[in-house]
Every structure is written in C-alpha cells, then in structure tokens.
Design a protein around this ligand. Sequence first.
Ligand SMILES: [Zn+2]
Ligand SMILES: [Zn+2]
Length: 424
Amino acid sequence: MKNKMGIILPLLALFVGSTGLAETPEDYRFPRECTMTPDGNPVPLCGKPLTKTPVVVRNEGASLKTYPEYFVPEQEELAPNEMRLTAVGSGNPPVRRGQASTSWLVELGNGDKFLIDAGGGTVPALWSLRIPLAQLDKLFLTHLHLDHVGGIFNLWDSMGWARNTPLHIWGASGSTPELGVAAFAEHVAKAAAWHTRSKRGIILERRRAAHCARVRLSGSSPRRTRIALVYDENDVKIYAFPVDHILEGAVGYRLEWNGLSMAYTGDSIPTRQEAEQAAGVDVFIHELFIDAPTFAKQNNMPLQFAENVVHEHTPADMLGRIFAIAKPALGVGTHFFTNDYTIDPAFEGIASEYSGPVVIAQDLMVINVTPEQIVTRMAKTDLLSWAAPPPPPPPGAKRPQLDPPVTEGRTPQWVMDTRLTGEE
Ligand SMILES: [Zn+2]
Ligand SMILES: [Zn+2]
C-alpha cells in the first residue's frame, strides 16, 4: 500500500510507533500518549485500537497485504475481495466529545456502502471520512432508540445538494404501526416541514424524501421468523433477525458478500437466537455494557435505575459467552463507555468465557477484512474536512429542475422592508 509519497510501509508499522504517514493529517482526537492500562491494553484516544490482536491472520501461507499504521481517508482503495468496517460512533446515549452514539459503516470492494444506525454525533465522523454523503443512501436501523437514530436529521441534511436519489431506510415493523420504522420515517419527514419548505427553489430538497423498507418480523406471533432476507442486490445479501431489547421491533443484521460476512446486533440482552444467526461470521459486532455500579456513579443515577438499564444490555462475561457460541473470526464490543478504568474489566469479563480475538471499538476504528487476514487500526482524519466531491452523474443524466421558489409563508413583508442595502 502506497502513501502519498509512494513509500511502501511494512506491516510492522502497525506496531512500531509513528511513520511519516502518521503525521498527516494531524488528528486532535488523539491527544494522549499511548500508555498502557495495568493489564497491558492501550488507553483510549491515543490512536491505537483497543485490542491485543490488531492483526488476525487467517491464512498463514498467503502473502499478506500491508497496511499503513493509520487509515487515512482517500488514500486506500479496497481490493475487489475486501470489506472495510468503520466504527462511526462507538458510544452510548450520552454523546461525548470523544465518543459519539451508535453507527457503523460497511464498505465493500464492489463499491457498495451501507450505514447501520445513525446515532447523534456520527455524521461529523462520516464527513471527516471524506465519503460523498450522497452515496450513503442505504440506512439499516437496528431499533428506534434515539442513540441509534439521533443523527438522522444531520444525515438527511448533509446529503443535500449532490443528492439525486432518496435515502432508503430499512428497519423493523413494531407490534403496532406507530412503533414501526415506517411511522418513524414519516414523522421525521413531517418534522422537517419548515426546513423542506424553506429550501424550495434553492436546492433539490424534494429529492430527499426518506423511503422506507419495513423488515416484517413476526416477533411474538406463533409464526416465528428467526431470520429474513431483506436485501439482495449486486451479490450482497443482508438478513435481519429479531433480538431481545425491551420491545418487539429490535433487530440485528447479517451481511454476506463474496465469501465475507459481518453481523451487527444493535442493543440486546444476550440470546442463543442472535448468537446462532451471527454464527461463523468474519466480524461479529455486538454491544457491550459496563457494570451497573460504575454506570450509576458516573451518570449520577440511582443504582436501581442503572440496574434497570444494564438489565436490557450485555455485560462483558455474557458477551464472551455470545462469542463462544458464534465463534467469529473477530469479535467486537461496541456501545461501550471507553475509559481508562473500564477497559481492563471488560476484557477480563469477556476472557472469562472466550479466548478468541476481541476488539473494543472506539470512534473511527477501521477493520479491514480479507480472506487472508483481519486488520484493525484507527483512522486519522482532518477534523475540518470539507465535503468529498460527489461521484459523476451517469452519462446523459440531466440535472432535475428546481421547484419554483417559495412564495407563501415567507418572512413578513415589513421585516423584509428593513433589509440593509449597504447605502444607508
Ligand atoms: Zn443503544
Ligand atoms: Zn437500545
């Protein structure tokens, strides 16, 4: 793999500190020196992935692709048989400066891109990855908790001017229509009425309506659906399966393409169902929750409240048990409060049930998956990045006409009559 200056960087660069490439761009998300926790894990926000297995070699005899120490947007092409998974947001409902809420980006070597969940704070990360947001038109929602959908207005708005196709949303139907993803998308569009009206005649706002595909899973009916094919295009298959997270309408997804696979289960109480549906995938991304006393203390919350929340999630030892059943090539814990003092207990809890390769996600952690190896690194991004250029329009495509500008409901005339002209 070549960097900007055409230097071949050895795989060893993953482990031996900075390289020329590591200096570009400067990323102020990594303000800390990489000291180690008592158990020998790197501390968060130092530019290293939280794992003891940044490289999982799957085929000892194969010649292995080498990667720079950091993933830098626009400097690495995916190979035709390669998948890249990026933790766009690795956190919880409290959006933190160092950890956004939940979102994962899946990019395939055939050019397809999928976004799973879009929590608060995740769109700035997508922007910094220099992906033309107009290309992100396939959003799969695991459930409708706000930490998984809170960024949807930003996503919708950021797609803006370059966008000629709708944002397609997949998600579950709930136990009643108002609890389903279709009602959610309809109300998002309704809530944006002022915004949408104001953009008439300025940009192609009407092209941006959210189209919705409902994943119908008969969760509590006698005809139980264990797993359903919900997307089948361009050799990509995505399956949805129910998970146990408070209400009917919470699902996990399993994506298969070109012999590679990943699963992401959103939020859930551990069940054999989800472990079986994710069995044997290359990368299994699963939530991981801290213990109730720490959660209560750090959030100034009564212990009983904290226990109620934790009860709907997955503690570390149970995540280990899930991985032990599913046996992924790499297990990823996400939706976790990464702090210096939470890392070691989490790894210890997982290790009490499972000894395979495990990573705890941080924002903009990047996992490259090939048949030969799985490599986990951090992305270095420009925090003040501008928009990536959109892909060229298809040959012969005409730019759609703008709607006529808005006339009704404009700013009151008497306010407009006081506009400054510069000649006062
Ligand atoms: Zn959540
Ligand atoms: Zn949730």
